[in-house]
Design a binder for this molecule. Structure first.
Ligand code: SF4
Length: 152
């Protein structure tokens, strides 16, 4: 599996397309870690339990933002192509597009770079910063999987 070369950095700046906030294939769900849930609970000033009841669903044992208010695959927090919870957005959204699963050349070139207009725009994201995102993505994914396996 060929990985993309990001040693010289990659230009990326969100263009506000909202494309990454719309369900398509494997990007359907915004999965939530405990850190994400705590952040949301603080942001909405409600308990984690209430937040889960109001905004979340569980699929195959994994907690994610609810699909029940979705229109055309839009995230429940997307309004007029803008994230209405931007300061409190989950890790999955914070680390986009620098997810480990996206760094595969085929995935990056044939999917991510085509669907995300922010790629190739704006400032250069240095390789160290990309690595930080990749680590955060891995840590986030690990904690979600760990939580899932503890439930079993
Ligand atoms: S929480 Fe915000 S950034 Fe994340 S998918 Fe929803 S609208 Fe997009």
């Amino acid at each position: 599996m060929e990985t993309i070369d990001y040693k010289k950095g990659i230009k990326f700046e969100c263009q506000g397309s909202g494309n990454c906030c719309v369900s398509r294939g494997s990007y359907g769900f915004v999965y939530l870690s405990d850190i994400d849930l705590k952040r949301f609970s603080k942001y909405f000033k409600i308990s984690i339990k209430k937040f889960k009841e109001k905004y979340c669903q569980i699929t195959d044992g994994f907690i994610h933002l609810s699909e029940k208010y979705k229109i055309n695959g839009n995230c429940i927090f997307l309004k007029d192509k803008k994230c209405t919870v931007y300061n409190s957005r989950p890790t999955q959204c914070r680390t986009w597009p620098f997810w480990n699963e996206n760094m595969n050349a085929k995935v990056w070139n044939e999917d991510i770079a085509i669907n995300c207009p922010g790629i190739g725009k704006g400032k250069l994201i240095k390789s160290k910063t990309i690595e930080r995102f990749l680590k955060e993505d891995l840590k986030n994914e690990d904690s979600i999987i760990k939580k899932f396996s503890l439930q079993k």
